[in-house]
Design a protein around this ligand. Structure first.
Ligand code: KG4
Ligand code: ZN
Length: 338
């Protein structure tokens, strides 16, 4: 039997992406980022959905041509139904529905958060995929949670943020430092030349496996306001140290709870997923725990960290095998539990 060829479409936030998967192998994974939001310091929903409208056809066409696949060769279409920005989700959802109708192939809805986690099952994501049950720290601009993954579609959130997501903390603190949006990757880069112990910021004291990131943001804000009153060039003169210190604090907060969960549940297969899993200090911390705590670690390739359609395609493939299809009358949903 030849491998199933599936088109995946992602449009939940500000990346329009399309991917073609054959079996578990990604043949193409195309994304168009929306630079329009940089000048606003965050994603503007109206502008995002309009940019998706402009990008979706060229992105899908490119995914087909890069994969060297004709439209009539695909056997299903997977799309992100939620969670995310409704106006953005509607573009991908409507497009997927129309194309599925015109090609007469089944439609498969995908939960964006499950997709971040299940990206670990893409052919070239890991030398060996994780074994169930495993823990997955899912860290993005919209979500921060520790997920107990019992099976492909049996996931339990055992801890989550009560306020800002980790990526949001990077982005908001970056804004205080006058960095462009999204600031996460910029902070990561600047931190490489900085001293992570230069400054100390407040750490939250949270029960169980939950997180909070609004405290560190406020702590940075007050500290900067105080220092800038004394020296207007304080940020400029200390930018690398500030970024390194902020990054160290955020990664320490993330890792402390993940270590606690691994210890309490006695699970040593530990994965990270989502945009913040691109962070070099988080990746390093995982590698240290592989040595120190004997973890089997699963770190996604860069192209599978931030929003991408390859992860949507792998979930669609897993559902296709299970015969789990979606009614064509479906609608996008901003909230969508794991
Ligand atoms: O998963 P993602 O692309 O979109 C959401 O579903 O939210 O994650 C985007 C988030 C942004 O907050 C961005 O700043 C953060 O991931 N991010 C990073 C890095 N690369 C992306 N944060 C820290 N270090 C990075 N290298
Ligand atoms: Zn995401």
């Amino acid at each position: 039997m030849s491998a199933s060829i599936i088109l995946g479409i992602e449009s939940s936030c500000d990346d329009t992406s399309a991917a073609i998967i054959s079996g578990s192998k990604i043949l193409s994974n195309i994304a168009a980022n929306q630079a329009i939001h940089n000048e606003y310091g965050g994603v503007v929903p109206e502008l995002a959905s309009r940019a998706h409208q402009q990008n979706i056809i060229p992105v899908v066409e490119k995914a087909f041509s890069k994969a060297n696949i004709q439209q009539n060769e695909i056997c299903a279409i997977g799309f992100t139904r939620g969670p995310g920005l409704l106006g953005s989700l509607l573009v991908g959802t409507s497009f997927a529905k129309s194309l599925a109708m015109s090609l007469n192939v089944p439609l498969i809805e995908v939960n964006h958060l499950q997709a971040h986690i299940l990206a670990h099952f893409i052919d070239d994501a890991n030398p060996m995929p994780p074994t169930f049950p495993f823990l997955c720290l899912t860290v993005s601009g919209g979500h921060t949670m520790i997920v107990l993954v019992k099976d492909y579609f049996e996931m339990e959130i055992i801890g989550k943020t009560i306020d800002d997501a980790a990526g949001e903390a990077f982005d908001k603190i970056g804004k205080i430092f006058d960095l462009d949006y999204p600031a996460g990757p910029i902070i990561d880069k600047l931190a490489k030349e900085g001293n992570p112990d230069a400054f100390q910021f407040n750490k939250p004291r949270m029960e169980n496996y939950d997180y909070s990131f609004s405290g560190i943001k406020t702590s940075v804000l007050y500290f900067i306001q105080k220092e800038v009153r004394k020296n207007p060039d304080f940020i400029k003169e200390n930018l690398n140290d500030l970024c390194a210190s902020v990054q160290r604090s955020i990664i320490e907060i993330l890792m402390n709870k993940l270590e606690k969960a691994s210890l309490d549940l006695n699970i040593k297969d530990v994965a990270i997923a989502g945009g913040v899993s691109a962070n070099s200090a988080l990746r390093k911390a995982m590698e240290i725990n592989q040595e120190k705590l004997g973890w089997n670690i699963f770190i996604p390739k860069f192209e599978y960290t931030t929003d991408n359609a390859a992860m949507i395609a792998i979930v669609a493939k897993l559902k296709y095998e299970r015969g789990e299809f979606t009614d064509i009358r479906t609608t996008a949903t901003a909230k969508y539990d794991l």
